[in-house]
Each structure stands twice: as C-alpha cells, then as structure tokens.
Design a protein around this ligand. Structure first.
Ligand SMILES: *Cc1c(COP(=O)(O)O)cnc(C)c1O
Length: 362
C-alpha cells in the first residue's frame, strides 16, 4: 500500500513527490535577482497554459481572493454584475460580489443544470451590466458550462466584461483566454494544476486595468493596478509564497512536457471512464446530460448507498473520495479526475468501489 492516502478529491488534488520536494529548496529573498528570474520564467509558462499573450497574476491566496479582485476591479458602483447560480461555488461568488457592495443580479438555476448561451443573452439584454461572472465548472454539481458558446454570446455585448471562474477546470480543459475574450480568469493551484493549495492564477485583460483606474476603492491585496505595477518588474506587492512558486515552476515544466493537448485528453478520458463506471454500477449522474464535467464527476446516489461507509472502505485501501458538497451532501458523491492522475490510479479506485458495492451487507 502507498505511504499516504491518495486523493481523488476536487481539491486539493494529489501532488507528486517531486513537486512536493521542489518546495524544500533553500529560501531566497523575494526581491533577489534569482526570484525575479523565477517569476519571469513562471509568467512565460503560465501564458502558454492559459493561451494568452497578456499578464497572468500569481496571487498568494486561494482562488477566492481573485473572485474578490475580479468583482472589485471590474464593476463600477453605478453598474451591475450578473451572476448565474447553479451550485455552491456560483452561489458563493455572487455573495462575494454582494459583500463587496456591488449591485449583484442573480439568475437562479436548478442545481445540476447548465448555463445556456441563450440564458446569458436574455439576461444581458436588460442592460446596465459591467460584467458577467460565470463559473465554468460548478464543482459541487459536476456541471461544465458551454464556455465557448457563451463566449460567442459575449461578443454581442462588447461592453460587458467576461469574468470566468475556471478554478476547477483550468489546466484540465482547454481554455483559450485570448481567443474567448475573457477579461479575468480565476484558477487555483490545488485543482487541475496538481499543486499544494495557496496560490491562484489570474489572466487579466488590458481593458480591466483601464476600468480599474476609474474605480476608487478597489481594496489593496487584490488591487490589479498594484499587482500590475509590480508584475512589470517581475515582482509582487507583498511577500509571495516563494516555496509554492518553486513547486509551480517545476509543475509547469511537467505539464508542458506532457503536452497541454495530451493533458486535456487524459482528463477527458478519465472522465469518460468514471461516468461509465457510475452507470455500470447502477448510479445516475447528477449533471444534466451533455454537460457533465471533464474534471469532476458528481454521482447521484440513486442506489442509496451509505456514502460515509463507502468513503471509509475506500480509505482503507489508501484512497479518498468526496461525499458530496453543500446541500447535496450524501445525495451525491464526487470523484475528481483532476491533475496528474493516471488510468492505473482509476482502475485501483474502481476496484475498491466495486468491492464495497459487491460486499454482502447485514
Ligand atoms: C474550489 C473552488 C473554488 C474555491 O477556490 P479556493 O481556491 O478554495 O478559494 C471556487 N470555485 C470553484 C468552481 C471551485 O471548485
């Protein structure tokens, strides 16, 4: 058995030993030439991962911080921000906009449903919006929204900024930030990047910075103008998590060596295998058909299994799955196929789950 419990969670995900070890390099000053070179190198690689030729902020915070930054830097006081709510994370981002004093309009969908392009068009037609806040992959329900089709609709509203939470999809699914016209994208280290938690990444468009200049109270830690001023010097306003950036540098090399297309194909393949396992085992999928996520499968517990018992059994075999999130805890369970997981990892997991499901019960 492995020396630790292998994670099949939708964050944090499993981190390879060599990436964990990269964090143990001797500390360097964050204003030193060595750090500035490291930060420049990481920038160049992140731009490739996000298919963008503009900046990618690296924040010492989880993705939630960038949520706050996006809403604060993009939305003016006399204008609104549009949020679609279809699960726990989209609900929380809407709350973050609201708690930053932004005029927040919420379109509520049933959990498990996808945001359709025509819904976006209809909602934006009302006018008065500075931005759309879209969660690409709703990690609670396992729904992946049709980002490319929604991006087409956004072209009909060129004045509305496109803010995308890709926390649980970036680096697992192809997202071409420039081509899609995304103004702010939010990604976290502990999901498909297969890094420890603590960093988030935010590609940001030029026009966001122009907008930010017109907004007086943007806060400080997530003020994009402050981040920009330092980024131009390959630096950060406050002390960054240097150790995590060592790991990031190494992991980006690994991702680019695998090849981004191959990485995305692997995620799609593991997703297909997981969905097939769920159906073959007599479960249904929670997501609306056609919108199942390629990075996390939310299984509807249609067999009424004892989910905590199943989790415990699987943990006995050295693996951890999630027991459902928010109001669908227990009614669902989740298997994440994010990061660096392989087919062999999944065969081991399915074997354990099958042994649990086949075992006679008292
Ligand atoms: C995990 C997650 C978040 C929260 O990100 P943190 O990095 O934990 O702050 C936000 N949105 C989605 C879709 C997520 O999966």
């Amino acid at each position: 058995m492995a020396d630790h419990v292998k994670l099949f969670l939708p964050g944090p995900t499993e981190v390879r030993a060599e990436i964990r070890q990269a964090q143990t390099q001797p500390m360097i000053g964050h204003r030193s030439a060595v750090f500035l070179e490291l930060f420049a190198r990481v920038q160049e690689k992140l731009r490739r991962v996000f298919y963008t030729n503009s900046r990618v902020y690296v924040s010492t915070s989880s993705g939630t911080g960038i949520w706050e930054g996006a809403s604060r830097n993009c939305v003016r006081d006399d204008r609104k921000v549009l949020h679609f709510v279809q699960g726990s994370f989209s609900e929380r981002w809407a709350y973050v906009s609201q708690s930053n004093g932004k005029q927040t309009t919420v379109v509520d969908l049933a959990w498990g449903k996808a945001v359709r392009p025509e819904m976006v068009r209809e909602a934006l037609r009302a006018g008065g919006y500075d931005a759309l806040a879209l969660v690409h992959n709703e990690t609670s329900t396992g729904v992946m929204n049709p980002l490319y089709e929604i991006a087409e609709v956004m072209k009909e509203f060129p004045d509305v900024f496109f803010m995308v939470d890709a926390v649980s999809s970036a680096a697992g699914v192809k997202i071409e930030v420039n081509k899609l016209g995304i103004d702010v994208l939010v990604a976290s280290s502990q999901k498909c990047f297969a890094l420890p938690p603590g960093l988030s990444f935010a590609p940001v468009s030029d026009r966001v910075l122009e907008r930010a200049k017109t907004i007086p109270y943007r806060g400080y830690y997530f003020d994009f103008l402050a981040l920009e001023e330092q980024l131009l010097k390959n630096s950060t306003p406050a002390t960054p998590a240097v150790s995590l950036i060592f790991a990031l540098d190494k992991q980006l090399d690994g991702m680019l060596a695998e090849g981004l297309e191959a990485r995305f194909a692997r995620h799609a393949k593991l997703a297909a295998l997981t969905r097939q396992w769920a159906k073959d085992s007599g479960f249904e999928l929670f997501a609306e058909p056609g919108y199942e996520s390629d990075t996390v499968t939310t299984v509807a517990n249609t067999r009424g299994v004892d989910v905590p018992a199943m989790q415990k059994f699987v943990k006995g075999r050295g693996m951890q799955i999630d027991g459902g999130y928010g109001k669908i805890k227990g009614k669902t369970f989740r298997i994440a196929h994010m990061g660096d997981a392989t087919r062999a990892d999944f065969e081991e997991l399915f074997a354990a789950l099958n042994d649990f499901l086949m075992a006679p019960r008292a």
